[in-house]
Design a protein. Sequence first.
Length: 134
Amino acid sequence: MKKIEDVRLPEELRYSPDHEWVAQEDELARVGITDYAQDQLGDVVYVELPSVGAHIAQRAVFATVESVKSVSDCYMPISGEVVAVNSPLVDNPALLNRSPYGDGWMILVKPDDPATVSQLLTAEAYRTRLKAGA
């Protein structure tokens, strides 16, 4: 496993305490799991994503990720409607390990309230939580 200092946390993203990231893209938001989360999971072998059109409340489970170590739920960092899912991820779940912020994105969401993205953790605040053992 990586040291906390070695975990990649792009500054332009926002982070949830549950280890998801959000990238604001105009009126949409792209969501995935952090480098820290994929590192903790180990080799990802299966990903279950929601259906396009599903409305998911903040903090509700939106996806399941299975690794050689465990099965983990992913929690929605913001409320909104799923407008796209990363279908290649279902066929190639290892994308989460190789590129958690790129090809390993999970869903594209139309937020109920776009302002909620700015209420999530900055990269610095998220790293501080990781160092504290959160």
